[in-house]
Design a protein around this ligand. Structure first.
Ligand SMILES: Cc1cc2nc3c(=O)[nH]c(=O)nc-3n(C[C@H](O)[C@H](O)[C@H](O)COP(=O)(O)OP(=O)(O)OC[C@H]3O[C@@H](n4cnc5c(N)ncnc54)[C@H](O)[C@@H]3O)c2cc1C
Length: 279
């Protein structure tokens, strides 16, 4: 195990793994990633994996646009399928105000060069008969959008990072950061499974790093405390439901129809995608 590195990344979710991968791709081979449990054991494991290209931010639109292109190349590089499904993304509107909001999204999308189509309720019904369209004003559709499997994409990035020289150490928790004036001394604890729980062992070690990047997700407040800084962010709960197979959907797919786009009805406050014959 390396004990002196140029960059230490803390956290093996989608974000930390991507940072380690991209540092290596930028030529920083001397990188270690530490994960307290297993890769993707944080929020990444739960995410729906949607890549909504339409959003209000020019910068975030560019990041999403980059991601969509990047995930397509990752499999060729690593041999691991990143689980990227280009099914499109359909945002439905129940009000004129919502349609106006989508026009604003479209304006941002156009500056980034992202395709979109406007659809009337009749267009929607003709294309996706399972949709209930009576209360809709219309929708905006982005055909190149889709979703990834967050765990698969993280494992693919981890493999790509390892191939480029990154060392990934699992079951190692960072418990302290000390800046000496020229480098970081990072204290770590080896974690072990005991009775189904992940607990700290007595084994401690240190890694000295020129740069530290923390990507500890929901643990960010603890990370901030360890660093003696205030983190102006809080975790929020987000529920999801996986349904049993839907007979109407199963029939629709059996007839050879393609997967539905990711469906969003912001006025009803939900989004949904297909999942093994259900939603
Ligand atoms: C139900 C749900 C649906 C979602 N849907 C979407 C979606 O459709 N699209 C989308 O873009 N996002 C979605 N998200 C959000 C997405 O999951 C997160 O933004 C993303 O996974 C965060 O990744 P991360 O790497 O920052 O954090 P995490 O995945 O939480 O990773 C942080 C990692 O750091 C490790 N760690 C923490 N502290 C330490 C330490 N001291 N030492 C070592 N390791 C440490 C943890 O064990 C963890 O593995 C969803 C989230 C949820 C919960």
């Amino acid at each position: 195990m390396k004990t002196h590195v140029k960059a230490l990344v803390v956290g093996g979710g989608a974000v930390g793994t991507s940072i380690a991968y991209h540092l290596a791709r930028a030529g920083w081979a001397d990188v270690v990633l530490l994960e307290r449990d297993e890769l993707t054991s944080g929020s990444t494991w739960h995410a729906a994996g949607l890549l909504p290209l339409f959003n209000m931010s020019y910068a975030v639109s560019h990041i999403h646009d980059y991601s969509v292109r990047f995930y397509k190349t990752l499999e060729a590089e690593t041999g691991l399928n990143a689980g990227f499904y280009v099914v499109g993304n359909l945002r439905m509107a129940q009000t004129d105000a919502r349609m106006d909001e989508y026009r604003l999204y479209a304006a941002t999308a156009e500056t980034v060069g992202i395709n979109h189509e406007w659809l009337t309720p009749a267009d929607l019904k003709a294309r996706w008969p399972l949709l209930r369209t009576e209360d809709l004003k219309g929708a905006i559709y982005h055909p190149e959008d889709g979703y990834i499997n967050p765990a698969d994409v993280t494992q693919a990035m981890a493999k790509g990072a390892r191939q480029r020289g990154v060392e990934i150490i699992r079951k190692a928790q960072v418990d302290g950061y000390r800046w000496t004036g020229s480098e970081w001394v990072v204290s770590c604890t080896r974690m072990v499974e005991k009775g189904g729980n992940l607990v700290a062992s007595d084994e401690r070690f240190e890694i000295v790093a020129e740069h530290v990047v923390t990507a500890t997700g929901n643990h960010a407040q603890r990370t901030a405390r360890l660093l003696g800084i205030k983190m102006p962010a809080i975790p929020v709960e987000h529920q999801y439901i996986v349904t049993e197979p839907d007979p109407a959907l199963v029939e629709w797919r059996k007839a050879g129809n393609p997967e539905h786009p990711v469906l969003r009805d912001a006025d009803a406050k939900w989004y949904v995608r297909e999942e093994r014959g259900g939603w």
